[in-house]
Design a protein around this ligand. Structure first.
Ligand SMILES: *Cc1c(COP(=O)(O)O)cnc(C)c1O
Length: 428
């Protein structure tokens, strides 16, 4: 085994160091496998219950009336999420679009949107109008209020109670920390927050930004009271096979609002050709539980490797996981760059290119990104990125298989070692 790793640029010392760490992670990996097994069965049961058949993979064009594959897939999603209905469409271009759609279709002028978990994901700032933008909710007269988490990461229940008023129509709860420094929320915690909010005002719509969280646990937020769960198919639920798409699952009325906004009032879910993409949606969803398990193992392995070498990791080596993102802080630009070079070098696609830091729109420093993906921008595939500014933190996620994630991390460690950022003696 160490020979083939060597052929892929991983030295014996790095390989042995990795094997030692993996042997200490057996119990955690077993637990992840159990969750994946459960979720795999959940998906199969949903496919059986909704009578998925080969006809579902047929294509539709034009208006897409009576597209059985599309309509059945939406039933499968609704079953897996234990929700009343779902909208799962290639016409939803990405996660931000799905979230914008859910918000804009369920809010009306004069309503207020509340985030009780601090600042939402960057791209939502322009959707909401926190940063002024053409077509934002703010332009349509929807106001926004925010209650930050307390310093220890817990909910500010008093603050939330005070923020809820008679205009508060919708609450947005982001499950994953994304690229912020707050902790990711467990589904159980989300359930507690939703009960608290519904106790104060029962008719508030509780929406969960579920990006990066799907299939990490055995239950999803719709099972603990969320009225809507929203996410991207080029993350977890697309299983690496969906080439585009987003989903909204939840209460029938909320999903209907979204459908009427996505297509048109009066048309709703009835139109929307699937253009031959359905097989990849079904197959990706079928594979997603095991793909997510591989990504989780990779994240835990990375945290254990780098924490042992003295680098700060979030989440740390031992804490429980509620999403697939791993952050490692290098404190030096060379560490961030070496890590990304290693991830790139381990990729099945574009492994021969070297990632370079570059100026990106919307960032105040250069950013380095590494990805060798089958689907452009897919972040369920192995990828890493980070801004070139202190404390030089890399954000790392994905891996369609655990073995690829493992190779990526070992290759990154080799680069970090070759750049003299850790010493060979530290690997013993
Ligand atoms: C990725 C992500 C989004 C946005 O999804 P895109 O597909 O990149 O537009 C929103 N929220 C969270 C928490 C995310 O991780």
């Amino acid at each position: 085994m160490s020979n083939i790793y060597n052929e892929l640029g991983v030295s014996k010392e790095v390989y042995d160091f990795g094997e030692n760490i993996i042997s200490s992670l057996k119990e955690r990996f077993d637990e992840i496998d159990k969750v994946a097994e459960y979720n795999q069965l959940k998906v199969i049961k949903a496919m059986q219950d909704n009578r998925v058949a080969v006809e579902c993979f047929n294509t539709s064009t034009g208006y897409g009336y009576d597209d059985v594959g599309r309509d059945t897939l939406e039933k499968v999603y609704a079953s897996v999420f234990k929700a009343e209905d779902a909208l799962v469409r290639p016409q939803i271009t990405c996660g931000t679009h799905a979230l914008a759609l859910a918000l804009m279709s369920n809010l009306r002028p004069g309503d207020e949107l509340l985030s009780p978990v601090g600042k939402p994901y960057d791209t939502l700032e322009e959707v909401i109008g926190i940063r002024p933008s053409n077509g934002s909710l703010a332009e349509y007269g929807v106001t926004y209020s925010q209650v930050d988490l307390l310093p220890d990461g817990s909910f500010d229940f008093d603050g939330i109670r005070a923020a809820i008023n008679d205009r508060t129509k919708l609450v947005t709860i982001q499950r994953s920390k994304g690229y912020a420094s707050r902790p990711t929320l467990s589904v159980e915690q989300i359930g507690e927050l939703i009960s608290f909010i519904k106790n104060i005002k029962p008719d508030i719509i509780c929406m969960v930004d579920n990006c990066y969280g799907e299939f990490v646990e055995k239950i999803e937020p719709t099972e603990v009271g969320a009225d809507m769960c929203v996410g991207s198919l080029i993350k977890n639920p697309g299983g690496g096979l969906a080439p585009i798409g987003g989903y909204i699952v939840g209460k029938a009325a909320c999903v209907e609002n979204a459908a009427h906004r996505l297509t048109s009032p009066g048309l709703g879910k009835e139109v929307g050709a699937s253009l031959g993409i359905m097989q990849s949606f079904y197959q990706g969803f079928f594979l997603a539980p095991t793909v997510v398990a591989g990504a989780l193992k990779g994240a835990i392995f990375a945290a254990n490797v780098y924490e042992k070498l003295g680098f700060a990791c979030v989440p740390n080596a031992t804490e429980p996981r509620f999403d697939i993102i791993q952050a490692v802080t290098f404190n030096k630009p060379e560490g961030l760059i070496a890590f990304c070079e290693g991830i790139q070098a381990a990729a099945p696609v574009d492994s021969y290119v070297t990632p370079e830091p570059w100026d990106m729109p919307g960032y105040d420093s250069k950013v380095i990104m590494a990805a060798g993906a089958f689907v452009q921008g897919s972040s369920i595939e192995l990828s890493a990125d980070g801004p070139l500014r202190p404390p030089y933190t890399v954000f790392f996620q994905g891996g369609l298989t655990w073995y690829h994630a493992k190779l990526g991390i070992l290759r990154s460690l080799q680069k970090v070692l070759d750049a003299n950022l850790v010493k060979l003696s530290q690997l013993c």
